[in-house]
Design a protein around this ligand. Sequence first.
Ligand code: NAD
Ligand code: LMR
Length: 325
Amino acid sequence: MKDPVRIAITGAAGQISYSLAFRIASGDMLGKDQPVILQLLEIPPAMDALSGVVMELNDCAFPLVQDIVATDDANVAFKDADYALLVGARPRGPGMERKDLLEANAAIFSVQGKALNDNASRDVKVLVVGNPANTNALIASCNAPDLDPGQFTAMTRLDHNRALTQLAQKTGKHVTDVEGMIIWGNHSATQYPDIAHCKVAGKPAPELVERDWYENDFIPTVQQRGAAIIKARGASSAASAASSAIDHMRDWALGTDGKIVSMAIPADGSYGVEKGIIYSYPVTCQGGQYQIVQGLDLDDFSKQKMKATEDELREERAAVEHLLG
Ligand code: NAD
Ligand code: LMR
């Protein structure tokens, strides 16, 4: 049996975590042979609700769960954490953009960045889910000077998965037939879901769908899917967000076997996106590391879309400069 790993989840009494914690506990993230210690963080008013979640986790009698820590102290939650899923943050309501949450949520991520810096495993892998996820990840990273910025990532996997399904349904194929999907940029309405390098059942996707559908249906549908769910459900996506968080962490930890996925990671100049923001790129993962897929040709349409989402991330950065240390 492997040694247990410590997995911190913030916002552990919230909607997303109500799916996420149970799926991690059952081995969906790191495998059915990887014991886990769950370290659950909430704010004081939600500690009663969190105690109920812990009762339910215990009642599942998960074979892989070695211990559960429930706390309102970030230093305790992140102690020796190998993985940290930063979910705790306010969700947006109808009519809001995710960046409208910056003011409410940004402070959370400076505090948690410091707590990760002071307490987590030196190899911790951090995924920020709480919105606006890219800029919150930047804030956390800037407040953790002893950790490598590359350890801080944000979630665009939900957008990636949404895009896979839209394209699969349009072409009458299965999601597993689609390769090479890319989400560029911000987890926001400016994100650029790019099918230029996609193949569906081995055929180039741009040859299978009309340009008009791609530009005027597919792209806006993926960009606006979060808002559509809020409108329909009266609450933001939860089970699908948890599922994508599991996909993101599993692939980062265990590898993608050559498959391209989308992860928001520190920009490094690749594709002309200079440092200073957390930008979603096509990556492959191997041996616990991600690598940006290089050398893709970009047409003018792509360049313009990639620049628009980059510009938005730089604006978000400017708005939180005082929290970047
Ligand atoms: P929720 O309101 O149901 O749960 C959030 C929880 O976080 C609450 O229980 C709250 O008490 C807790 N919390 C607040 N401040 C905290 C802090 N400082 N430390 C620890 N916990 C704290 O919300 P949810 O539906 O679970 O969504 C959580 C976040 O995830 C939102 O910001 C939402 O917009 C975002 N989200 C992101 C994606 C993505 O793709 N990146 C997808 C879905 C939702
Ligand atoms: C989503 O994409 O579903 C989440 O970011 C929630 C939201 O605010 O749209």
